[in-house]
Design a protein around this ligand. Structure first.
Ligand SMILES: C[S@@+](CC[C@H](N)C(=O)[O-])C[C@H]1O[C@@H](n2cnc3c(N)ncnc32)[C@H](O)[C@@H]1O
Length: 367
C-alpha cells in the first residue's frame, strides 16, 4: 500500500486480485445492462493515479479498457466513466495516463476526472438529480479508499436505492479493528451509519471482531440501501491477516451470479479469499479438472435443501447463487442425477428436450 504521500505506489498481489475481479465483472455487466438501459455510469470514487510504480494499470484504466476492448463494444450503450480523486497530483497523473491510453474514444464511451472529495461531490450530483426529479442511470460504483474515512454509509445507501445501482466497496476491517479509539468515533459512525460498531471493544478474539464488523457493515448496506444480495471477498496480506474485504451489494440475483463468478475465478476454493502468501498459482490449479473437487459439496448442499421435493430449475439456481458459496453450474445437477443411487430421480423437460436440464425444467429429488 502507499505511504499516502507519493503520487504512485507499488502494486501488491491482492490489488491485482481486486483488479481481476473488477475486470471480469465489468466485462459481463456492460453488455448485460446495455441490453436494457439507455445509459450506464461507472463511478470510481477513489480513483487513484491510474498507474502503479511498476507501470501496472490502475482501476480507471482497467475499467475503460474493459469497455473499449470489449468484443461487443458496438452494441454497448453510452457509458460514462466518472473518476473522483482527492489528491491533486494523483488526479493530474490520472488525467495524463488516461490521455496516453485513450487518445481517442469510441463515441459511446466518455469519461471525466474530478479532482475532488468523493462524498460531497457525489452527494451534490445526487441532490441535483433529485431536484430535477430525475433518476440516476444504472451505476456501478467502485469505492476503494485507503482507510475508512470519507465513505459515509448513508451516501452508499442513497446510491443503492436506485434500482439498477450496485457497489463494490473496499471495507477496511483491518484498520477498523486497530483504530477504533475515541478520536475516530465520528468517522466510524459515518462509515456504519450507526454506533453499534462500538461493541467491537468488547470482543477480544481477532476472528470474532472481524466477523462482527463485516456482518454489521453488510447488514447496514441491506438496511439503508435495500441491497438484497451481498457477497464479500477477503484480501489477505503478507502477515496472513485480512487487510480488507471487497463487499459487493446489489438488488439483482443476476448481478450476484456474475460477481460470484468473477470472485470464483480468482479463488476457486470457494473460500472467497485471496492471500498474498499463496498468490494466484494455487487458486488457478483447479481450472483444469473435468469435475472440480467442489462439485460434490455443492451437490450435497442442493440435495439437503430439496430432498423429497419437486422444484423448478430456477429455484435450485436461486438457492445455489444466493445461499451457497458455489457458482451456478449444471454439472451440480448432473452429479446428483448420476449419483448411485440417484439423488435426482425425475426431470420434466419443456418442449422437445430429452435430456439434461433445459431452462424451465421441473426437478424431482429423491427422499
Ligand atoms: C486505494 S487508492 C485507489 C486505487 C485505485 N482504485 C486502483 O485500484 O487503482 C485510494 C485513492 O483514494 C484517494 N482518496 C482518499 N480519500 C479520498 C476522498 N475522500 N475522495 C476521493 N479520493 C480520495 C487517495 O488519494 C488514493 O489515490
Amino acid at each position: 500500500m502507499s505511504d499516502n504521500n507519493s503520487t504512485t505506489w507499488d502494486i501488491t498481489p491482492h490489488t491485482k486480485a481486486k483488479h481481476e475481479i473488477l475486470k471480469r465483472y465489468l466485462g459481463a455487466w456492460f453488455p448485460i445492462l446495455s441490453k436494457w438501459e439507455g445509459r450506464l455510469i461507472y463511478l470510481d470514487g477513489f480513483a487513484g493515479p491510474g498507474v502503479y510504480t511498476g507501470g501496472e494499470l490502475g482501476s480507471p484504466v482497467i475499467a475503460l479498457q474493459t469497455a473499449v476492448n470489449h468484443v461487443l463494444l458496438p452494441r454497448l450503450k453510452e457509458i460514462t466513466f466518472l473518476f473522483i480523486e482527492r489528491d491533486k497530483a494523483r488526479a493530474q497523473k490520472l488525467s495524463q495516463v488516461l490521455k496516453e491510453h485513450f487518445p481517442t474514444l469510441p463515441t459511446n464511451i466518455k469519461y471525466s476526472v474530478y479532482d475532488a472529495e468523493f462524498a460531497p461531490t457525489f452527494e451534490q450530483g445526487l441532490n441535483e438529480l433529485e431536484k430535477q426529479g430525475a433518476n440516476l442511470a444504472p451505476t456501478f460504483a467502485f469505492l476503494d479508499p485507503f482507510g475508512f474515512s470519507g465513505l459515509p454509509m448513508k451516501l452508499i445507501g442513497r446510491l443503492l436505492k436506485c434500482d439498477k445501482c450496485e457497489v463494490l466497496v473496499t471495507f477496511m476491517t483491518g484498520f477498523v479493528r486497530r483504530f477504533h479509539d475515541e478520536l475516530r468515533e465520528s468517522a466510524l459512525n459515518e462509515l456504519f451509519a450507526t454506533d453499534e460498531w462500538k461493541k467491537i471493544r468488547e470482543i477480544s478474539a481477532p476472528d470474532e471482531s472481524e466477523k462482527f464488523l463485516l456482518q454489521l457493515y453488510e447488514s447496514q448496506l441491506k438496511k439503508l440501501g435495500g441491497a438484497k444480495y451481498i457477497r464479500s471477498f477477503g484480501l489477505i496480506g503478507q502477515s496472513n491477516q485480512t487487510i480488507y474485504y471487497l463487499v459487493f451489494a446489489t438488488k439483482h440475483l443476476r448481478g450476484l451470479e456474475l460477481m460470484k463468478d468473477a470472485m470464483w475465478k480468482v479463488d476457486r476454493t470457494g473460500s472467497f479469499k485471496f492471500s498474498d502468501i499463496t498468490g494466484f498459482n494455487q487458486s488457478f490449479l483447479m481450472d483444469y479438472e473435468n469435475q472440480p473437487t467442489w462439485v460434490p459439496n455443492a451437490a450435497n448442499a442442493v440435495y439437503r435443501k430439496f430432498k423429497g421435493q419437486t422444484v423448478k430449475d430456477s429455484e435450485v439456481y436461486r438457492f445455489i447463487i444466493a445461499e451457497t458459496p458455489f457458482p451456478k453450474r449444471k454439472i451440480i445437477l448432473s452429479y446428483l442425477e448420476k449419483n448411485s443411487p440417484p439423488k435426482i430421480i425425475n426431470v420434466m423437460r419443456p418442449g422437445k428436450s430429452l435430456r439434461g436440464f433445459p431452462d424451465g425444467c421441473l426437478i424431482t429429488f429423491s427422499k
